[in-house]
Every structure is written in structure tokens, then in C-alpha cells.
Design a protein around this ligand. Structure first.
Ligand code: UDP
Ligand code: MG
Length: 329
């Protein structure tokens, strides 16, 4: 029988965690031929979240928890949960019921019967998020799509059910600054999208403020794009062009029309020329740095989706990726 691991990062969720557990377990027990486990990650909560989790684990042997020594953030919690999970399939869910548990049966059907590796929730609308947050988020996703050329659209969040191959591929990306939305896109795999309407969290408060959202957005761009390091190249080239045009114009005036443009004109053109060279040198440095930066992340060079049984043993040893279990329908 297959096993589903439900991974739930929790940070100060005392008001909602029991409700989440009741609603989700009621739905998941209805799915036929499926064992399940809850993996709760207490991300250094300062309220009674951990006490409630201990009680849940005491009452239900399908519940497990890990508790961080301090708040490490949702990205770290998701990584820890995936690492801890023992299921053939894993689903990541927010504790506040903004990820509707009623979608779980359809998601499980998609990954276990329809041949998909992943079934991801796509949130429609941003009701309950506030106008400013909605506007900033939409703009951010437009920018990051352009800068990274990866599919990281607005609404595509962390709510997704994945098979073991995809989970192992995600775990093989051990980078410290994690931006899981980008990692989902990086590892690839066949994904089915299911839409759901955004609802306000069932209880408690969102852990994000404007500052943490900016840091998160910045992390996302820097983790998957080296475009910012190319900016001195663009600026340097423009300045070089401008200094050449100005220098050429000055020389033509001087030589052909015997009309002096003045020493100050030439001095500032030369200064412009020199600073454009500095910019271009910075660009070259940036190019070396960006290669080193990406290299240091030690990302897998490729990820295998499936293979025949003879090559399985060798490559699963190297890449820690399970042999394909899915049957293509
Ligand atoms: N979360 C976490 N660590 C944090 C912040 C949030 O584990 O530092 C969890 C939180 O408990 C919830 C999920 O991440 O289960 C999403 O958080 P939240 O609802 O605050 O985010 P939003 O829905 O507003 O984007
Ligand atoms: Mg939420």
C-alpha cells in the first residue's frame, strides 16, 4: 500500500493547528488503499504550537513532529519535512487551511493513477492578501519570470503533491539559500495544475510582513538569476558609446571646423570613457563571480525522470533518485 506524507511547516500556529489536523485527517482517511503520516515542523514557535503537536503525536501514531531550535524560516522547514518524510508521495501544506485539504483525493489520483510526477495547486485571486501585497507579488513574479526564464508564475506556490523521484531530486539540491518555488521549477518533472480559490487563513496571523516579503523576493532573484551582475556591462557599454560619440564630436569640431569645444569638454569625455572601462571591468569580474556562485550551489547537472531497470542501480547510487514506480497510462 502507498504512503502519503503530509508535510506541514508551523510557526506560531496554536490557533489553527488542531483544526487543520481534524479537517485534513478526515479527508485523507477517506482515500482508499493509502497509508498516511503527518510530518509537522515546528519552526521555533514561541506560542503553544509545540505542546499541541506533542499531544497530536501522542493521540495519533500517524503524526510526527520535529522542532527547530529557533525560527529558521519556511524554506528550511519544508526541506526538513521532505527529508524526514518516509512516504511514496509527499504533499506540502500550510497549517492555516489556505491550502484546501479537499483537493487531496484529486491530487493523489493525479500522481498515483494519471502518470504525473507532481500535482500542484494554483491559487486563483488574492482575496485576503491586501491590495499592496497583491500588487507587489504580481510585479515580482513578472520580473522573476523574465530574469530567470523559469516557470515561477503568480499563484504557483508550495502546495503540491510529489512522487518519491521528484522529492529525491529536490533533496539533492542542498543549497543553503533555498527558494523552493524556483527549485520545483528547476527539477522539472511532469506537473498537473489544479486551481483553487484563495481564502483567508482559518485563524491566526500571516507571518509575512513587507520587509520579509522583500527579502524573500530578493532571495528568489539572487538564487536563480545572475542578471543583476550583468548590469555594469549594460551601463558600461552605454557610457562607452556615449563617451565615443562625445569624443568624436569634439574632435570633428576641432579638426574640421576649427571650433574649440574647450578643455573641460575633453576632460569630462575622458572621465566618462574611463568610468565606462571601470564598469566593463566590473562586468567581467561579475561574469567570473556568477559562474563561481552557480558552481558553488552544487546543483545536479541533470535529473533522471525514469530509466530501465538495468541502469537503475548505478544511477540511484549516484543521484539518490528512486527508480520509476509510476505506470504510464
Ligand atoms: N511558516 C513557517 N516559518 C516561518 C513562517 C511561516 O514555518 O518563518 C509557516 C506557517 O506556519 C504556515 C506557512 O508557513 O504554515 C505559511 O505561512 P503564512 O500563512 O504566514 O504565509 P502566507 O499564507 O501569508 O503567505
Ligand atoms: Mg497563509
Amino acid at each position: 500500500m502507498n504512503k502519503l506524507s503530509i508535510i506541514v511547516p508551523c510557526y506560531n500556529e496554536e490557533e489553527v493547528i488542531s483544526l487543520f489536523y481534524r479537517e485534513t485527517s478526515a479527508i485523507v482517511t477517506e482515500i482508499e488503499d493509502l497509508n498516511y503520516e503527518f510530518v509537522f515542523i515546528d519552526d521555533g514557535s514561541k506560542d503553544h504550537t509545540l505542546d499541541i503537536l506533542k499531544l497530536l503525536c501522542y493521540q495519533d501514531k500517524n503524526c510526527h513532529y520535529i522542532s527547530f531550535s529557533r525560527n529558521f524560516g519556511k524554506e528550511a522547514a519544508m526541506y526538513a519535512g521532505l527529508k524526514q518524510a518516509s512516504g511514496d508521495y509527499c504533499v506540502i501544506m500550510d497549517a492555516d487551511l489556505q491550502h484546501p485539504p479537499k483537493l487531496l483525493p484529486a491530487m493523489y489520483h493525479a500522481v498515483s493513477q494519471e502518470g504525473y510526477d507532481c500535482c500542484a495547486g494554483k491559487r486563483m485571486g488574492r482575496e485576503g492578501d491586501g491590495a499592496l501585497r497583491g500588487l507587489l507579488s504580481r510585479s515580482f513574479y513578472k520580473v522573476i519570470q523574465r530574469m530567470t526564464h523559469m516557470d515561477m508564475s503568480d499563484g504557483a506556490g508550495d502546495f503540491r503533491m510529489m512522487n518519491r523521484s521528484m522529492v529525491n531530486a529536490i533533496l539533492s539540491m542542498k543549497e543553503y539559500n533555498r527558494y523552493t518555488k524556483g527549485i520545483f521549477s528547476f527539477v522539472g518533472f511532469e506537473t498537473k495544475w489544479v486551481e483553487f480559490h484563495n481564502v483567508e487563513r482559518a485563524a491566526g496571523k500571516s507571518k509575512w510582513n513587507l520587509k520579509s516579503l522583500f527579502v524573500y523576493a530578493f532571495d528568489g532573484i539572487l538564487s536563480f538569476s545572475t542578471v543583476p551582475l550583468k548590469l555594469p556591462g549594460i551601463l558600461g557599454s552605454l557610457l562607452l558609446l556615449l563617451s565615443c560619440i562625445l569624443g568624436g564630436f569634439g574632435l570633428v569640431q576641432q579638426v574640421f571646423f576649427h571650433h574649440s569645444v574647450g578643455t573641460a569638454y575633453f576632460v569630462s569625455t575622458i572621465l566618462l570613457f574611463l568610468s565606462s572601462l571601470q564598469m566593463l571591468m566590473l562586468f567581467i569580474l561579475g561574469e567570473y563571480l556568477s559562474r563561481d556562485y552557480m558552481e558553488n550551489k552544487n546543483r545536479p547537472i541533470y535529473i533522471i525522470r525514469e530509466q530501465d531497470s538495468q541502469t537503475v542501480k548505478e544511477s540511484s547510487r549516484i543521484y539518490d533518485i528512486a527508480p520509476a514506480r509510476r505506470s504510464v497510462i
